[in-house]
Write a protein that binds this ligand. Structure first.
Ligand SMILES: [Zn+2]
Length: 406
């Protein structure tokens, strides 16, 4: 037991020593823009590939579509142990209106113990925390029993079609026993974990009208007007769902985008709108679609001129693991050792790539990571001490789940 303790403290000391590397690497990654949309991970994936190679990872670049690249690294285990995946996305949301930023979004400016910039907290910083953990294990001479995979993925900020979803569908995560998705899971600086996540289903509503000269609206059917009636009805939908306890109840945001009409003096014959539905475990995307189809049917019965259809162009199911699961327990144990307090689960309204890992690849996955400061907003930042703490926690989890070769 004594040697095990000293191994752990050697790793933790090594991570403290690597603090300047951690800061420098977060800055370097922030300085490589990878905004999505438009979506282009080429440069950042190459940066990550060479960083992983220098740590002894075997690296493969997986291009799922031109310019959409995933960086897959693995250090193969030397014996028996669990195969662990650490997953983090390399794309970021766009900078938005530059006037709202007080720092340069791609400078990686360091002040007040934080690194600032687009992607610092969501989630290039987390990727660096995982790399520093792997580096500290290597520098300490630790060889893991199971395989350690580190994936930098594309497209998380738009449904992961070219990132984690693609990797799960194409078999790139085969043989992995558990996955940490390094999405932010802190609250006011406290380390927490997100064992459950809501799903997301996009609905596309289409209303067909009849065009006419707009000086005689009675000769046509105004598709935009019908759509407004439909959106209000969808907004009032009451989904049946099992209450989750940790996650917020399902929500529906009708008309997050809307398109209709062709000219100011023509009654619009088409209108299309998107509704963003967030689901909880126990709800399926198909059931959401059926519920909305029932609304369309009802409205059509009341008003035969209401010609509407609904489809679901994109969806990701909700996901969860029980807190009794060994992955959560490993995180709890590492948090206790590093932070000195009990890990508690955090509910969140958003969604993330754990959905694909648990639902498609059947790999238990949990969101657990630093960052999150002003995510998706101007002056995004990440706290350096929290980054360093997560490096320590990740390192202990890698040792625990993969096992250490004696
Ligand atoms: Zn993210």
């Amino acid at each position: 037991m004594l040697t095990e303790m000293s191994l752990e403290s050697r790793v933790i000391d090594e991570i403290d020593r690597l603090k300047p590397d951690l800061i420098k690497q977060i800055q370097e990654m922030v300085r490589i823009p990878s905004e999505n949309p438009p979506g282009d991970e080429v440069q950042v994936s190459e940066y990550l590939a060479s960083a992983l190679e220098s740590l002894g990872f075997k690296v493969q670049l997986v291009e799922s579509k031109p310019k959409r690249v995933n960086t897959l690294g693995v250090i193969e285990g030397t014996g028996k142990g669990g195969n662990l995946l650490w997953n983090g996305h390399m794309d970021t949301v766009p900078v938005g209106n530059l006037d709202n930023w007080t720092v340069e979004p791609f400078s990686g400016e360091v002040k007040e113990g934080r690194v600032y910039g687009r992607g610092s907290g969501d989630m290039k910083g987390a990727i660096v925390s995982a790399m520093i953990a792997a580096k500290a294990l290597g520098n300490t001479g630790i060889e893991l029993g199971g395989d350690l995979h580190l994936h930098g993925v594309a497209d998380e900020e738009f449904f992961g079609r070219y990132g984690t979803k693609y990797l799960c569908e194409k078999g790139y995560v085969k043989g992995i026993d558990a996955a940490i998705v390094g999405e932010a899971s802190t609250r006011e600086g406290r380390v927490m974990a997100r064992p459950a996540v809501r799903g997301r289903t996009l609905l596309k509503l289409h209303v067909k009208g009849i065009s006419a000269h707009s000086s005689r609206p009675e000769h046509g059917v105004n598709a935009v007007l019908k759509m407004s009636k439909l959106l209000i009805a969808v907004n009032e939908t009451e989904f049946s769902f099992p209450s989750h306890g940790l996650l917020p109840d399902p929500t529906i945001a009708p008309g997050t985008t809307i398109k209709g009409g062709t000219k100011d003096n023509i009654i619009p014959e088409d209108c299309e709108a998107i509704c963003d539905v967030r689901t909880v475990p126990g709800m399926s995307p198909d059931k959401v679609l059926q519920d909305v189809e029932a609304i369309l049917k009802k409205l059509h019965a009341e008003d035969p001129e209401m010609q509407a259809t609904v489809t679901s162009p994109l969806s990701k199911p909700p996901s969860e693991i029980p807190i009794t699961h060994s992955l959560y327990q490993s995180a709890a144990d590492a948090t206790q050792r590093v932070m000195g307090y009990k890990l508690e689960p955090l509910g969140a309204s958003g969604s993330n790539d754990t959905s694909y890992l648990t639902n498609i690849a059947k790999i238990p996955a949990m969101a657990f990571g630093p960052g999150g400061g002003n995510a998706h907003a101007p002056d995004e930042w990440t706290d350096i001490e929290t980054q360093l703490n997560f490096s320590k926690i990740y390192a202990l989890m890698m040792m625990d789940i993969c096992g250490v070769k004696q």
